[in-house]
Write a protein that binds this ligand. Structure first.
Ligand code: H79
Length: 436
C-alpha cells in the first residue's frame, strides 16, 4: 500500500503536467510528406457563408456594430438559400483550377452550417434544414477536390464562451471548460462525419483562449485522424504569418496579404476575391490581372493561396465571380505546370516578376514589360541550357560570368497578366539558395 502511495506521489506531477500541457507531443505532428503534398496543391477556394449574407455585411465584425446583435442573432430564421447547389460551387472551384475547398462551418457568430447535435443554433433550425457542410463534402469527393473546414475558436453566441460581443468584457458566469467540451464535440462531429483534409482554425486572439486548450484539441484531433492538417490559428495568440517549433499547427496563415518568400516553413495566404469575406452587394472585385498575379506571387514565395468567395443569401455564387475564377482556370490550363507542384524562389517576387521552379526548370513569370530585356539577379554555379516561352518560342538570352541571366523579351508579351519563360538548367533548380 505504502509502495503504491509512493508511486502515486512520484507520478502525480507528471499527470498534472500532461493534463495542463500547452505544447504537443512532436510525434503526433503532421508529417513533412503530408505537408509537402498540401503545398503542392497551391490553390484552394475559401467560402464564407451564413445567415449574415441576408444583410450583406461582414461575417467577422458586423454583429453588434453595423447589425444590432438582436437582429443578427435572429437572421437564421430567414436563412433559406433554396438555390444552393453544392455541385455548382465545387465545379466553380474545379474550373478555377483549385485543388481544395474550405467552408466556414462555424464563424465567430456561432452559427453552425451542419446539423450539430451540440447546439440548436444550426442550419436545421433555419427554414432551409439541409446539411450544407455534408453536401459540400460529398460534392468535393465527386469532383476530386480536397474538402476542408473552417472553425473559429471563439463563439460570441455561446453563453459558456466569456465574450458575447466583440470587444466586450468577459462574462464571469461563462464556463470555458464547458465551452471547450462543446467545441470538442462539434469538432468530433465534423471530423468523423465529413473527414476533412484540413482544419482552418481562426479567432485565437481573444483573452479566454489558452494554449492548454489548443494543445489538448490538436492532440484530440490527431487521435480522430492522424493525417488531418491544422493551420496555425489554434494556438493562443499565435502570430498568423509565422510558424515556429512551438506553434500548435502545421502552416502559417498571412491574411489579406501575400506571405514572404519562405523555403523552410509552409504557409498559405488567405485573400478575398472582392473586399468582404462574406457577400456584399456590388463589392469591388479584383481584376483578372490582380487575381493571377496574386496566385503567382504567392507561388513565387513558396506559398499556397486560399482565395475567398462569398456566396449570396439565395445560395448562388455571383456570376461575375464564377466567371473571374474560370478565367484564372483558363490561365492555369496553359501555365499550370509553372504553379502546381513547384517551389517558389530563388528570387523574391516583386512587381515586375516572380519565379517558381521544378526539377531542372526555372519558371520566370513576367508581369510587365518595362524594357526589351530582363536581367535576373545573379545565381552562382548555375548554367542555363535553353530558354523558351512556356508553350511558345525560343527566347534569346545571355548569361554573364557571375551567373546573371539577361533575357531578350519578345516584341509583345504573349499574356498581359503573366507570361512565363522557362529556363532549362543543366542542374536542379530546386536546390538553388534564395538570392537576397
Ligand atoms: O474569416 C475571415 C475573417 O472574418 C477573420 N479571419 C478571416 C480568415 C477575421 N476575424 N477577425 N479578423 C479577421 C481580424 C479583425 C480585425 C478587425 Fe477590423 C479590426 C475588425 C475590426 C477591427 C480591420 C479593421 C477590419 C475591420 C476594421
Amino acid at each position: 500500500m505504502k509502495y503504491f502511495f509512493n508511486l502515486l506521489i512520484l507520478f502525480l506531477p507528471f499527470c498534472q503536467l500532461k493534463a495542463q500541457s500547452s505544447s504537443i507531443d512532436p510525434s503526433i505532428k503532421t508529417s513533412k510528406a503530408l505537408m509537402d503534398d498540401f503545398m503542392d496543391q497551391r490553390f484552394g477556394m475559401f467560402i464564407h457563408w451564413g445567415p449574415v449574407t441576408l444583410r450583406g455585411t461582414e461575417i467577422g465584425w458586423s454583429r453588434g456594430t453595423s447589425v444590432p446583435t438582436e437582429d443578427y442573432d435572429n437572421l437564421y430564421k430567414e436563412f433559406n438559400p433554396v438555390l444552393f447547389d453544392a455541385n455548382a460551387w465545387v465545379k466553380a472551384a474545379k474550373e478555377a483550377g483549385m485543388k481544395y475547398l474550405t467552408i466556414t462551418a462555424k464563424h465567430h457568430d456561432g452559427f453552425c452550417l451542419w446539423p450539430t447535435k451540440v447546439s440548436n443554433y444550426n442550419i436545421m433550425n433555419s427554414p432551409y434544414k439541409k446539411d450544407i457542410v455534408g453536401e459540400l463534402a460529398r460534392a468535393c469527393k465527386k469532383y476530386d477536390i480536397k474538402f476542408c473546414i473552417y472553425f473559429t475558436v471563439l463563439d460570441w453566441h455561446d453563453p459558456d464562451y466569456p465574450i458575447h460581443i466583440s470587444g466586450s468584457k468577459a462574462d464571469p458566469n461563462a464556463n470555458m471548460d464547458k465551452f471547450v467540451i462543446t467545441m470538442k464535440s462539434e469538432l468530433q462531429e465534423l471530423v468523423t462525419n465529413y473527414h476533412p483534409y484540413m482544419l482552418w482554425f481562426d479567432g485565437n486572439w481573444e483573452s479566454p483562449w489558452k494554449n492548454e486548450y489548443a494543445a489538448n484539441i490538436y492532440t484530440f484531433l490527431k487521435k480522430l485522424d492522424p493525417n488531418v492538417i491544422i493551420n496555425n490559428r489554434l494556438g493562443a495568440n499565435d502570430n498568423h504569418p509565422t510558424l515556429t517549433h512551438e506553434t500548435i499547427g502545421d502552416f502559417a496563415t498571412p491574411e489579406q496579404r501575400i506571405g514572404e518568400l519562405n523555403m523552410k516553413t509552409p504557409w498559405e495566404t488567405c485573400m478575398t476575391i472582392c473586399n468582404q469575406w462574406a457577400w456584399k452587394p456590388n463589392d469591388t472585385m479584383k481584376t483578372l490581372k490582380q487575381c493571377i498575379q496574386t496566385l503567382v506571387k504567392t507561388a513565387g514565395g513558396n506559398g499556397n493561396l486560399l482565395f475567398n468567395v462569398g456566396p449570396m443569401p439565395d445560395g448562388r455564387m455571383e456570376e461575375r465571380q464564377v466567371k473571374r475564377l474560370k478565367e484564372m482556370g483558363d490561365w492555369l490550363k496553359i501555365y499550370g505546370e509553372s504553379v502546381y507542384g513547384t517551389k517558389g524562389g530563388p528570387f523574391k517576387p516583386n512587381e515586375a516578376f516572380a519565379a517558381t521552379r521544378k526539377g531542372n526548370k526555372l519558371y520566370v513569370h513576367i508581369f510587365e514589360k518595362k524594357s526589351n530585356t530582363l536581367t535576373l539577379p545573379a545565381i552562382a554555379n548555375v548554367k542555363v541550357k535553353q530558354a523558351y516561352l512556356l508553350k511558345g518560342d525560343k527566347i534569346n538570352y545571355n548569361q554573364d560570368t557571375d551567373g546573371a541571366v539577361t533575357l531578350q523579351l519578345p516584341g509583345q508579351l504573349p499574356d498581359s497578366n503573366d507570361s512565363v519563360i522557362v529556363l532549362e538548367l543543366t542542374t536542379n533548380a530546386e536546390t538553388i539558395p534564395v538570392v537576397s
